[in-house]
Design a binder for this molecule. Structure first.
Ligand code: BGC
Length: 801
């Protein structure tokens, strides 16, 4: 075998290939090789069930309630937590070769390869295994979670004896209540989640079986059905066995050398909080009947067609760094998987790739994932917003509980109820409400979707706007302040006038006012009158935007720039992430930043800053930001690109895109960092493409980092598709589909038509002194090897020597 690349994956433009049998890496590769359509999630575990890292099969929104223990509870603290349940595992296909179970811990594997293919949307495996007694077989499998048939997953599995005839026994299973490790070490939580599923029914007949279960506390029901097509030499015997938590189809065959035992396993999943076990059973059986009509090849064809369309709309092509090209497509593929078919469900921070963060969704979805989906798969963005809207009643109840008007959306949740047990880095992060409004406004501007505006969009804007009117107040000078809130940076909490929050609230108030003024009848349905919109406008106009005249920068929040500086020189590398090594009170009262906050404001509200302010702010905040959150690098790439630090922006781009492949945060085993992966697109499109969408207008200001020869980005806007090719000295805009688009290139208005592409020169970048990062926290300086995939420099939080 060739030398193993540093991250372990072989570099290829359209796939993630792992050619090693490394059982220690199982947990992390189960995450990177996860398949999902946003509704069903399968971690990338081996078919034979063991060895395994952290097995996981998830249904979006299917959770168990669990205790949320406090040492000292306070008023308004949520009492219930929610945890994503590891549901019935349908991936399992065990294999015995002449009585010996195939288990990669034993015997040897002269060849073992797994490939996640971004165009076919499948995970392939090709293993040659020699049993401890010397029997030699080849196992190939291909599995998918269907983008086109939302309830369906399928596995095509083949075994071939390589050293003469062999008796093969295959056991295809549905297995509920697999014992797994939990993130929480609280025994009360573990007790609730162990054996979370209670059997409702089990049925097996012929090649089919169905299992139904419910959760003990959250009252949710699920069902999963399997069916099989078997292709084997004559003399096959099959046996179907089911009991509460297990359904097993056993297939035994004598298979001569040169022949194969082939099996296609179809799986249909469904869950509901309302439907009866009988109705759920009927639902999954119907889905199975549908997929049996399509067949395996039909499923493959549909999957490919869906992805061809996706890549046509969304691809980012990079010339000059093969590994980064792979990483960006990996990132886009997983962002798609997280959101494609969620359909009125949340997009969790880990997608459906692992149990991290208990499967909760945060602001990650609106601020990081939805910008990507809005400009690539707008329907998926709409559905995620529809989910947020479905939680509006809970958000209103929460706001009322907190003595506030409007809605207070949950900081972390599965079903819309607040699950954050730590106020300062939880509910106090009220900016999530402005983030929801921002994502709504962006979606409406990018699609002009009037139906969504009437059904959900306007109401989201209105209820979020109302929150600010009660959370903020006019001070003695008539200025509108928002006090006692936490901004995106969780190392600074409960502050007055967090600049990000205020600017995003300002935008929310203005958007709500102007959309209500445009649709007065609709606005009246929500009880909005002219007096209310006038108040919103006034609050927005008088919003406090702190500025420190002495230092010449925007403080992240009032008085932030007066806090004591953190002593980075004396902070050893092993003390990161800092939240695990320092008390919060110390982090809170010093100048140290976990993740982009003011810098994020300069992207999303870039219209509120001058170019000079941006350059000074970037320099100031670069020196304080430690990136203990994976949400930071992509955003830092955007602003560094804008102020002319293109090499640094490229390093951050690489960090965002490669974070999970290199496991730089050391927790990819618990699931992928979907917002960081979205950050890779954000770095490419908003960073090097310079794309902005202030006031609903799409503009570009492209610039290439010195290391690359070109970047092609694609975006969807109002049913049109645009491609921008960024080269060293010029950029070319092409309208690939749809109506003319009015945009601009570095401030110069242009109209894109289908007649011919427009090529324009790129002005030289602004010259600003290179910023510095806290000691030891600079991103790895990325220098790709001239030979793709070889001698790559380590990526991670390593300073340049
Ligand atoms: C970040 C939050 C983020 C959460 C989930 C935390 O570490 O500070 O901003 O929402 O992770 O990704």
């Amino acid at each position: 075998m060739a030398n193993r690349p540093q991250a372990g994956y072989e570099v290829a433009p359209w796939e993630l290939r792992w050619g090693w049998l490394d059982l220690d890496a199982l947990r992390r590769t189960e995450s990177t090789f996860a398949l999902s359509n946003g509704h069903i999630g399968f971690r990338g575990s081996f078919e034979e069930g063991e060895p395994r890292g952290l097995p996981g099969t998830y249904l979006n929104g299917f959770y168990e309630r669990r205790p949320l223990p406090y040492a000292e509870a306070g008023y308004g603290d949520p009492v219930d937590g929610q945890s994503l349940v590891n549901v019935t595992d349908g991936k399992i296909i065990r294999l015995l070769v002449e009585d010996e179970p195939v288990d990669m811990r034993y015997g040897s594997a002269p060849h073992h390869e797994r490939v996640l293919d971004f165009r076919s949307g499948t995970l392939r495996r090709n293993t040659e295994w020699i049993s401890p007694t010397g029997r030699h077989v080849r196992i190939t499998s291909e599995r998918l979670v269907s983008f086109t048939q939302r309830a369906i997953a399928a596995i095509h599995y083949e075994v071939e004896p390589l050293d003469g005839q062999a008796q093969l026994v295959v056991q295809s299973e549905l297995l509920a209540n697999e014992p797994i490790e939990r993130e929480s070490d609280d025994p009360r939580v573990a007790a609730v989640l162990e054996g979370a599923l209670v059997s409702d029914f089990s049925m097996g007949e012929g090649s089919r079986a169905v299992l139904g279960h419910h959760t003990r506390r959250s009252g949710l029901r699920m069902a999963v059905a399997m069916d099989h097509e078997v292709d084997a030499p004559a003399g096959v015997s099959t046996e179907n066995w089911t009991e509460g938590d297990l359904a097993r189809l056993t297939i035994a065959a004598e298979v001569p050398q040169g022949r194969k035992l082939a099996l296609t396993k179809y799986l249909a999943y469904g869950w509901s909080s309302q439907r009866s076990p009988q109705a759920l059973r009927a639902q999954v059986e119907a889905a199975l009947a549908g997929v049996r009509q399509s067949g395996w090849q039909g499923l493959l064809d549909e999957q490919r067609a869906y992805l061809d369309e996706f890549w046509d709309a969304a691809d980012v092509e990079i010339d000059g760094d093969a590994e980064l090209q792979q990483a960006v497509r990996f990132a886009l593929f997983h962002v798609l998987q997280a959101g494609a078919r969620g359909e009125s469900r949340a997009i969790p921070a880990k997608g459906l790739t692992g149990p991290g963060y208990d499967g909760h969704a945060f602001w990650d979805s609106e601020t990081f994932v939805l910008p990507v989906l809005t400009y690539t798969v707008p329907d998926a963005a709409r559905e995620a917003l529809r989910w947020r809207h479905s939680t509006l009643d809970k958000a209103r109840t929460r706001a009322a509980q907190l003595g506030q008007a409007g809605a207070a959306f949950a900081w972390r949740t599965i079903n819309g109820d607040e699950c954050s047990g730590y106020w300062p880095a939880g509910t106090a992060a009220f900016h999530i409400n402005a983030d929801v409004a921002d994502a709504t406004a962006r979606y409406l501007a990018a699609t002009d979707d009037k139906d969504f505006e009437a059904e959900c969009g306007l109401e989201l804007l209105v209820d979020a706007a109302r929150l600010w009117t009660s959370l903020g107040h006019h001070d003695a000078h008539g200025r509108f302040r928002i006090d006692g809130v936490t901004g995106p940076d969780e190392y600074t909490a409960i502050v007055d006038n967090n600049t990000y929050t205020n600017l995003m609230a300002q935008k929310n108030l203005r958007e709500a006012a102007s959309r209500c003024e445009q649709s007065p009848d609709l606005a009246r349905e929500f009880g909005v009158d002219e007096e209310e919109t006038a108040y919103w406008r006034d609050a927005a106009d008088r919003m406090v935007v702190p500025f420190d005249e002495t230092v010449g920068v925007h403080p992240q929040s009032e008085s932030f720039t007066q806090h004591a500086p953190w002593d980075f020189a004396s902070t050893p590398p092993e003390h990161y992430p800092m939240l695990l090594h320092y008390p919060y009170f110390e982090l809170y009262r010093k100048q140290v930043i976990k993740q982009a906050d003011l810098v994020l404001a300069m992207w999303l509200r870039g219209d509120a800053f001058t170019p000079e302010q941006k350059a000074r702010n970037v320099a100031y905040y670069e020196a304080l930001t430690v990136r203990d959150s994976s949400l930071s690098a992509g955003v830092q790439a955007v602003l560094n690109a804008e102020v002319g630090h293109l090499e640094l922006a490229y390093d951050y781009f690489a960090e965002a895109a490669l974070a999970d492949l290199y496991d730089i945060h050391h927790n990819v085993a618990q699931g992928l960092h979907i917002a960081s992966l979205a950050g890779a697109w954000i770095a490419a499109v908003a960073g090097f493409g310079g794309m902005r969408d202030h006031d609903g207008k799409l503009t570009f200001a492209p610039r290439l980092p010195p290391e690359l020869s070109s970047i092609d980005i694609r975006v969807c806007f109002h049913d049109s598709r645009i491609c921008v090719t960024i080269q060293r000295d010029e950029a070319t805009y092409e309208l690939r589909r749809g109506n003319d688009v009015h945009t601009s290139h570095h401030g110069q208005p242009i109209t894109l038509t289908q007649d011919k592409p427009i090529t324009l020169p790129i002005p030289p970048p602004p010259q600003n002194p290179a910023p510095r990062q806290p000691a030891g926290r600079a991103p790895a300086h990325r220098r790709p090897s001239p030979v793709p995939g070889q001698e790559l420099r380590p990526i991670g939080l390593v300073p340049e020597q």
